[in-house]
Design a protein around this ligand. Structure first.
Ligand code: FEO
Ligand code: CA
Ligand code: CA
Length: 735
């Protein structure tokens, strides 16, 4: 999502920008460090377990298409030696049409869109905003984002290799456009209408629905399935891990800090090897306010923490949910001291968001858990490393704001395949105890994971910057801990993923307008380029100049010594996004008309090892709508040294070619393409279109999608939706 700016009631002076910079630390930039030394490459991580084989399904395994290394042992055993993964479709041309454009031989259908009823008893979407607030507890929410497909067996359990029937969990990040949800858009004014806010609270969160193939590989939602479920910004959830019961999360709702209500602004996602869904809380500042004069009622430490997380005093939230009345449903959106103690008000509500939340889609009555050991920040998502029996469970995570960090969680418990289908108990086993790390990228292509543990690395009560009281304090304020340790500030970490064929991890760095020239004197929150965020250049959008790193890049790393728990790694930049006609030191990956793109956001390795890249762009949108590309990546170290626009040295991967990267689809007008899942057999692909027509208004809509997909003269409202893509000949997608 680019920005949260509903019109009407919103006080724009306080509107929240999802790209907002709140990192004021003075960590060294890598331009200040060393010249490149490429001879320190570490060995390819080789271990892929039997568990991985199980998760992938034997039919889907194939050798990595991008390098000379042999495939990992498990893959070799299961795949014919000749089964190279190869792209096999005609690239879709860039365009600005109000439809999803897929390659010849492919077809699309809409699985579900904003407002569709999950159960019987509620009316279908009326296209006039008349649906009741309460009905959104049973309808598909707004702002479709991250998602995951879980194969569903006849006994109601997770079956990793099942493709024809499953549970699809989808994030509903935010209320995209006021004209979608309400009869006439948001009612203007500084005070919100309770009925509208209530509807918005229930339209956020997560949906789980059963999906099934009918004829062919197309999928439909099973309306009325007992698995269909909504989790919203009002759903009760448990705190687990270090903050459970800690003073930092005590509220009027939970005076002992054991629980809270709601998950918010669920952007990207994750999944676990035991079969649960992970949803992550990104731009929760959209809905959390803080009153004027609140600093005087707080300790200096609390004020520093709130400021570092982007919540200074006298900050209204863009959605103004706290203004809708005196009911607890609304009052709780102000993180302000209003009563005698934290057990009497919601001064700590900000500390209840920014977490990783685990949901068991197979057990609709279980309480979701905020897994606090994985830290609190603008959580884009959480992506597991390959699950290796006897090794820890590892999650990679990014903090999506300019100049924020990449994190890694390593569980204390080691993976036992008997925990598949272990539900929330398995989640507690693997995600409540472990070590949290933050990444430091060095200019020589090596990197380190810096440990964020109370009592280590100066993270204790004697720290001069922030007196950490305990591990709850560290995970709640891990941005501050990461500042202190000197982690590397990145160009907005968005999605990550792990290559199932070799264990290497990837993460998109979508863009950063606050990079300045190496010769400039940075002011405020500006940064000079560094090796891991190396480009500084000017990009023209029509006649508008955009400076910094407007197109973004994708970084990747390989853990040292083949261990997911390693504390060092080797990295390179897999891909630089650029227009194909850009200068050579901007278009460093050699993109052409069949694969040029800007601002990667979503990223997903499907079970076969095909990589999918999705864009949420504002730089190339004068030429094309946002898009999705398919890739067959190589591996860390398959390229070499390069000098980026602006003069900074870096390490890049092999150039892209039409054989390794190709545009698979283009979305409708004013949308973001985000969220993707592919069935284990590779034959059904799901992706999400978020905020079509976001540039318009209710009166003058710029998109009528999804109706426009089949009705060119549509006058219907645009809606976020999940799209199903299949091949007309019944084959696997992408190949
Ligand atoms: Fe919700 Fe970072 O995109
Ligand atoms: Ca984005
Ligand atoms: Ca995103």
């Amino acid at each position: 999502m680019k920005q949260q700016q509903p019109s009407g009631a919103v006080d724009m002076s306080n509107s929240y920008d999802d790209n907002e910079i709140v990192n004021n630390s003075s960590n060294a930039h890598m331009s200040d460090i060393m010249s490149l030394r490429l001879n320190r490459r570490q060995a390819l991580m080789g271990a892929v377990s039997a568990t991985t084989t199980m998760l992938l399904g034997t039919a889907s395994l194939s050798a990595c298409g991008g390098g000379d290394d042999p495939a990992p042992a498990a893959a070799q055993a299961a795949a014919p030696a000749t089964a190279k993964l190869a792209l096999g479709f005609t690239a879709v041309a860039k365009n600005k049409n109000d439809v999803v454009t897929v390659p010849d031989g492919y077809q699309v259908s809409i699985l579900h869109a904003l407002g569709d009823p999950l159960h019987y008893g509620d009316e279908s979407w009326k296209d006039n905003g008349s649906e009741s607030a309460d009905s959104y507890n049973r309808r598909i929410g707004d702002g479709h984002d991250g998602m995951y497909f879980f194969g569903l067996a006849e006994d109601g359990k997770f079956q990793a290799d099942r493709s024809d029937r499953g549970l699809l969990a989808v994030n509903h990040e935010y209320v995209v456009q006021p004209y979608g949800l309400h009869p006439a858009g948001i009612t203007a004014g500084a005070i919100r209408l309770a009925s509208e806010v209530e509807k918005e609270i229930y339209a956020h969160g997560v949906s789980v629905c059963e999906v099934k193939r009918g004829t062919g590989n197309d999928m439909s939602m099973v309306r009325g399935s007992r698995y269909n479920r909504r989790v919203t910004s009002a759903t009760e959830m448990a705190f687990t891990g270090p903050v459970k019961g800690n003073a930092v999360v005590k509220t009027k709702f939970s005076t002992d800090g054991q629980k809270t209500r709601g998950t918010n602004n669920n952007c990207a996602n994750g999944y676990t090897p035991w079969g649960t869904y992970i949803t992550c809380e990104e731009n929760w500042l959209n809905v959390v306010a803080r009153a004027a004069g609140d600093n005087a009622k707080r300790s200096a430490k609390e004020v520093a923490a709130l400021n570092r997380y982007g919540l200074p005093e006298n900050r209204k939230s863009p959605y103004l949910w706290d203004t809708a009345g005196t009911d607890d449903l609304f009052v709780r959106w102000t993180s302000s001291v209003t009563e005698a103690t934290a057990a009497d008000d919601y001064r700590n509500i900000a500390n209840t968001f920014g977490w990783v939340v685990e949901i068991d889609p197979f057990s609709p009555t279980t309480t979701p858990a905020k897994r606090s050991a994985l830290g609190r920040f603008n959580h884009e998502g959480a992506w597991p490393a390959l699950a290796v029996a006897g090794q820890p469970i590892v999650m990679y995570m990014g903090d999506d704001a300019r100049n924020e960090y990449i994190y890694k969680f390593v569980s204390k418990a080691v993976w036992d395949t008997k925990d598949v289908n272990g539900g929330m108990a398995a989640g507690a086993k693997y995600l409540d105890e472990g070590l949290l790390y933050v990444a430091k990228f060095s200019a020589d292509g090596s990197g380190q994971w810096l440990e964020l543990t109370f009592g280590k690395n100066g993270l204790d009560a004697s720290n001069a910057t922030f007196a950490f009281a305990d591990q709850a304090d560290v995970v709640t304020h891990c941005r501050i801990a990461a500042d202190i340790l000197g982690a590397t500030k990145m160009d907005r970490p968005e999605w990550g993923g792990v290559n199932p064929l070799n264990g290497e991890a990837y993460m998109t760095l979508t863009n950063n307008s606050n990079r300045v020239a190496t010769t400039a004197t940075p002011t405020g929150n500006q940064l000079k380029p560094d090796a891991a965020n190396p480009r500084y250049y000017e990009d023209m959008k029509g006649t508008t100049s955009q400076k910094g790193n407007p197109n973004g890049h994708i970084i990747r790393w390989r853990e040292a010594a083949g261990s997911v728990a390693a504390t060092s790694f080797a990295w390179d930049i897999y891909l630089f996004a650029a227009q194909s006609d850009a200068a050579a030191d901007v278009n460093l990956s050699g993109l052409t008309a069949v694969n040029d793109f800007s601002s990667a956001d979503g990223l997903y390795f499907d079970p076969r090892g095909m990589l999918w890249i999705q864009t949420d762009d504002g730089a190339y949108t004068d030429v094309t709508n946002c898009m999705m590309l398919a890739a067959v990546p190589g591996k860390v170290g398959d390229g070499g040294a390069a000098t980026a626009a602006g003069g900074t040295a870096t390490v890049k991967g092999a150039n892209a070619t039409a054989d390794t990267l190709r545009r698979f689809l283009v979305g409708p007008k004013d949308c973001e393409i985000t969220g993707i899942a592919v069935t284990p057999d590779g034959k059904t692909l799901f992706f999400n279109v978020q905020h079509p027509g976001e540039g318009g208004t209710l009166a003058a809509s710029t998109s009528q999608w999804p109706d426009s997909q089949t009705a060119s003269a549509s006058t219907k409202r645009p809606r976020s939706a999940t799209v199903v893509v299949t091949r007309k000949d019944g084959g696997a997608v992408g190949v």
